[in-house]
Write a protein that binds this ligand. Structure first.
Ligand SMILES: [Fe+2]
Ligand SMILES: [Fe+2]
Length: 163
């Protein structure tokens, strides 16, 4: 079901005024530019991930500062996908394969560069965010969001997997 929703989002995603106000409240100008560099489907997915973090966090007793940083990380966690254009086919293949060990096979289909972008997006995202002055803890959680190393990056990973 999640896969179907991801595919639907890739085609029909749209942000409404409430979403835009939420983004403007949480992100400073450079971070907003990072957010809006993403494809619209990724913007929508990151927004849903941030809303999931927000609703899950209410019962966890997080400080305001941690919760704010976690929502920022959720909004920006897939910014590394914006380093190039990634089509729907590559996204579907990536979600199905969930590893890039078989990248050589996809070279034949011309998908290898897009799959590399997807495979390296946590590291690239962290570099982008670091270069625009995003808080180091947000950068760290973005870098770790597919291999969570602490309670907070795990929370982000769970929210990510639900959207
Ligand atoms: Fe990701
Ligand atoms: Fe994600």
């Amino acid at each position: 079901m999640r896969r179907v929703r991801q595919l639907y989002n890739a085609v029909f995603a749209k942000l409404d005024p409430h979403d835009l106000a939420y983004i403007h409240n949480l992100l400073d100008k450079p971070a907003q530019e990072g957010f809006f560099r993403m494809a619209v489907c990724d913007q929508s997915h990151c927004l849903d991930t941030a809303y999931s973090v927000l609703s899950a966090a209410s019962s966890l007793g997080l400080t305001d500062s941690i919760l704010r940083h976690l929502q920022q990380a959720a909004l920006l966690h897939d910014v590394g996908k914006s380093v190039g254009s990634v089509g729907v086919v590559a996204r579907v293949v990536y979600v199905l394969v969930e590893t890039w060990s078989s990248l050589q096979i996809f070279r034949y289909f011309g998908l290898d560069l897009q799959l590399r972008i997807l495979a390296e997006h946590p590291k690239n995202g962290a570099q982008i965010l670091s270069s625009i002055g995003v808080d180091p803890v947000v950068v760290k959680w973005v870098r770790d969001h597919h291999q969570p190393k602490d309670r907070y990056s795990r929370l982000l990973a769970v929210a990510d997997s639900r959207n």
